[in-house]
Design a protein around this ligand. Structure first.
Ligand code: 4FV
Length: 230
């Protein structure tokens, strides 16, 4: 899977991908992460990429020319999608991550300051995605959320021991409680059922716990799950 990230701060993206599972996926050629900086496409003598908003108002707006020239310089694969990270986007969730993991190339357009000149949207016509109803200083963190979450769905990213199928939300429920050594800590014991190796009983316990937690913490997901059982 190829990610092309349009960002004014390439290091923010590359540094994060230089560790742990992400680094391993890149080394194993499962992931190919490229950054491209709109500032390198600015025709302004000072390489400006932002300017004051017409009609007044606080902050700076990202200029159309550097972003469009940068975007049009990216070679588009057959099966490619362009995503603009913004608070007005479709909420990111596990099923959207699953659908994104089927693309050959994902182009991520990261904003900053007050956001994009509207004509960038009109020309690129991106799919807009939000990671939540709050405002960040830049689109890099949301872009990294997509790169990280999608990469976990790709064959080979997670080693044998790790599996995305057992993740929270994979079955629409919150994940069951996990335990590891020691068996007792400050009087808190690992549930006996997990120590007997009876996997039928273990799976029954885990589903019961997932349902209980989902009902408590995410009644919205619990009701969706109930409807799917009908
Ligand atoms: C955001 C979000 C977000 C808005 C202005 C960066 C900032 C600047 N992106 N989900 N929430 N973006 O806050 O995706 O462009």
């Amino acid at each position: 899977m190829k990610f092309d990230v349009m960002t004014l701060f390439p290091e923010m993206i590359l540094e994060y991908c230089n560790f742990s599972i992400m680094k391993r996926a890149i080394d194993n050629k499962i992931l190919d992460i490229n950054t491209i900086n709109p500032r390198d496409y600015s025709l302004d003598k000072h390489k400006k990429v932002d300017d004051t908003p017409y009609g007044g108002g606080a902050g700076m707006v990202l200029m159309v020319q550097p972003y469009i020239d940068c975007y049009e310089s990216i070679k588009k694969a057959e099966n490619s999608i362009t995503i603009m990270l913004s608070p007005q986007g479709e909420p990111l969730n596990d099923s959207l991550v699953n659908n994104l993991s089927n693309y050959e190339q994902i182009i991520l357009v990261c904003g900053h300051y007050e956001g994009f000149d509207e004509r960038i949207r009109e020309i690129i016509r991106p799919k807009e995605i939000s990671i939540g109803d709050f405002v960040l200083t830049g689109g890099e963190l949301p872009a990294l959320c997509i790169i990280d979450a999608v990469s976990r769905k790709l064959e080979g990213t997670l080693g044998k021991l790790e599996s995305a199928d057992e993740d929270s939300f994979a079955n629409g429920l919150i994940e069951y409680p996990q335990y590891t050594r020691p068996r007792e800590y400050r009087g808190l014991y690992v549930p006996e059922v997990l120590l007997n190796g009876n996997h039928k009983e273990i799976n029954k316990f885990r589903l019961k716990e997932s349902l209980k937690r989902t009902k408590q913490k995410r009644p919205d997901l619990y009701n969706l799950w109930l409807n799917r059982q009908k």
